[in-house]
Design a protein around this ligand. Structure first.
Ligand code: NAD
Length: 365
């Protein structure tokens, strides 16, 4: 399939190929949709097997960012960048500065941030060349580690799911199974423990497990036992694809609400299976939007309290998603897509009206 066909298939606005052989830079920036605002999305550095694979990835990820920003109520569009190369061996100041110049060349249509394979330090190099970068260190006016904000948004998302499921958001006495107690999982465990929930946890890193067992009286289980844990709520905070044909039959959970990306192995298939089994699923990109909210706040001048308040707003957004799903009889992931699409459509329509009115204004005729 040709590049324009690929772009048209998912309605991408712009794809930019960036090449600077002198510094070894091969990058692709994809801008999916800027109806709501500039396209924001991180820069992933990965040793892709082919350029085709890198292109497919950046097109998929940038579209996902459009939905995530729209559902979170942010005035941002969706974009993403990929740098083709091994992040362990190929990172240099000149490579990231060169990439920064390409970002600057887009004049603010695309704003970058760190992602898989890139770090806050890399973004500081990018920042030498452009201001269109977020996710930078607190010392430079950035928001620092987004994980506590993501965890807080996830915690409020779990409360919203409890409210929908049991008519009461109180988590005291409920049991939550957390898969992965890393950056987000640790802070989520803390919030849940303080709310009086019982915790069952797993992680492949024993030290991380020990920390939450010691600090929050969590019960540790093996990495495959987590799927059959005796818990009302499952919070995946490690890997994607963990809701699948092998794991679903083991679930005793009534709610699945966690921060991990791409939890449904196959959206259409497993989203529908969860619906039919009456397991309430909080769509991942909605409940884990705290990280995006955190970096989006940097654009207007970072303010921690504002970011935390906005992350708590995930509660209301999820209640809306659950209601749409109920009204339309659809899986919740479809309901969140619907919410995002409707917002983009309405704002796009407003823009069309303004443009038309402006074109008819006497001073431009
Ligand atoms: P992290 O790497 O700090 O934590 C992930 C944890 O999962 C690690 O402790 C790791 O050892 C553990 N893990 C890996 N494989 C496992 C397995 N098979 N079973 C159990 N545990 C396993 O990452 P994080 O920043 O906490 O992010 C967690 C998830 O949330 C990821 O999917 C990430 O994409 C998503 N997310 C994170 C943020 C953020 O702000 N950090 C924002 C949005 C989404």
């Amino acid at each position: 399939m040709g590049i324009f066909d690929l772009m048209n298939r998912r309605e991408h606005e712009q794809v930019v190929f960036c090449s600077d052989p002198a510094v070894g830079l091969k990058a692709i920036i994809a801008i999916h949709n800027t109806t709501l605002g500039p396209a924001l999305g991180g820069t992933r550095m990965w040793a892709y097997d082919s350029e085709e694979e890198a292109l497919q990835d950046v097109l998929r990820l940038s579209r996902g960012m459009t939905y995530k920003a729209a559902a979170a109520g942010l005035n941002l569009g969706g974009g993403k960048a990929v740098i083709i190369g091994d992040p362990k061996t190929m990172k240099t100041e000149t490579l990231f500065r060169s990439f920064g110049r390409f970002v600057e060349g887009l004049g603010g249509r695309y704003i970058t941030a760190e992602d898989v394979g890139t770090s806050v330090k890399d973004m500081e190099w990018v920042r030498y060349e452009t201001n269109y970068v977020t996710g930078i260190d607190e010392a430079l006016g950035g928001g620092g580690d987004p994980s506590p904000v993501t965890a807080l948004g996830t915690f409020y998302g779990i409360k919203a799911a409890a409210k929908k499921r049991w008519g009461n958001e109180n988590l005291a006495g409920k049991t939550v199974a957390i898969q992965g107690v890393g950056h987000v999982g640790y802070y989520l465990a803390k919030d849940l423990h303080e709310a009086g929930a019982n915790l069952i946890v797993t992680d492949i890193d024993e030290n991380r497990v020990k920390r939450v067992v010691d600090e929050f009286s969590a019960k540790a289980v093996g990495k495959d036992e987590i799927y059959e844990a005796d818990a009302e709520i499952f919070a995946p905070c490690a890997l994607g694809g963990i809701i699948n044909n092998d794991t679903i039959p083991k679930f005793k959970f009534e709610i699945i609400a966690g921060a991990a990306n791409n939890q449904l192995k196959n959206e259409e298939v497993h989203g529908e299976v969860l619906r039919k089994q009456d397991i309430l699923y909080a769509p991942d990109y909605v409940i884990n939007a705290g990280g995006l909210i955190n970096v989006a706040n940097e654009i207007e001048g970072y303010h921690r309290e504002r970011a935390l308040t906005q992350a708590k707003g995930i509660y209301d957004i999820l209640l809306k998603v659950f209601d749409i799903a109920e009204e339309q009889g659809t899986p919740t992931y479809q309901a969140s897509n619907h919410l995002a699409e409707q917002r983009i459509k309405k704002v796009g329509h407003l823009k069309e009206i303004y443009t038309r009115q402006w074109q008819q204004h006497p001073c431009v005729q």
